[in-house]
Design a protein around this ligand. Structure first.
Ligand SMILES: Cc1cc2nc3c(=O)[nH]c(=O)nc-3n(C[C@H](O)[C@H](O)[C@H](O)COP(=O)(O)O)c2cc1C
Length: 215
């Protein structure tokens, strides 16, 4: 059965732009029929802790004799890994926070980017997520597509492309929502129409993309 893992990480419970787009993707996925199942995890409501032990970066077979981990920490990590490995498609809501990732999403990544388990290392050549689609929905208050100095300030999408694409071998699509603060920031008032149009376009595109990936 085609299964989607849907993760949100916005800390905005009122008007999150990324949550609206991931919801449109989930709706498009569910439209394909009842066989198209979904697991949703809200990383803001139920945040992973910071990685409690660096030994968890390594699969059990790659740990040193001194790297004995707390069973509760290992069980929590295994829950995240099981959810990810059971998914045919991964959907991530990834707002830009201080040019980077929400700390909840970063903590989840630190739990699932595991050498010898999700990433090949040494004699552990496994890459179980290779070829599976991953969709990143990245919302940001300003815009970073005008070239110049600001073009290099996005540290939200590039690390996700490295982890999901380069390390896991997933096929990554990115939906970017810009100017989400246009309604709030007076100096951005003349950008409001553009922001609204981009938000509409992102929601429609997410629904279409879900249908295409599910097909
Ligand atoms: C803690 C925090 C840090 C932020 N840092 C940035 C930033 O560096 N650049 C930016 O363009 N917007 C920044 N914003 C604005 C958010 O990216 C914007 O509101 C976005 O829409 C958040 O996603 P959401 O609407 O899904 O919650 C920040 C917002 C918060 C709450």
């Amino acid at each position: 059965m085609p299964h989607l893992l849907h993760l949100d990480s916005s800390a905005d419970p009122r008007s999150s732009a990324s949550r609206a787009v991931t919801a449109a993707f989930v709706a498009g996925w569910r439209e394909r029929g009842s066989a198209f199942t979904v697991t949703s995890r809200d990383l803001q409501a139920d945040p992973p802790p910071h990685l409690p032990d660096a030994a968890l970066h390594w699969s059990p077979g790659l740990r040193t004799a001194q790297e004995v981990v707390d069973p509760a920490d290992e069980a929590r990590q295994q829950t995240y890994l099981d959810e990810l490995l059971a998914a045919d498609v991964l959907l991530l809501g990834a707002p830009m926070y201080n040019w980077s990732l929400p700390s909840t999403l970063k903590a989840w990544i630190d739990h699932v980017h595991v050498l010898g388990t999700t990433v090949p290392f040494g004699e552990f050549e496994t890459r179980p997520l290779a070829g599976r689609p991953a969709v990143v929905v990245s919302s940001r208050g300003a815009s970073y597509d005008a070239g110049g100095e600001q073009a290099s300030w996005d540290h939200t999408v590039p690390p996700l492309e490295l982890v999901l694409g380069r390390s896991f071998g997933m096929s990554v699509s990115v939906i970017t929502l810009q100017l989400t603060l246009a309604d709030r920031v007076p100096a951005m008032a003349d950008l409001r129409d553009r922001a609204a149009a981009e938000a509409d376009a992102a929601r429609s595109y997410a629904g279409e993309l879900a249908g295409r990936i599910a097909a």
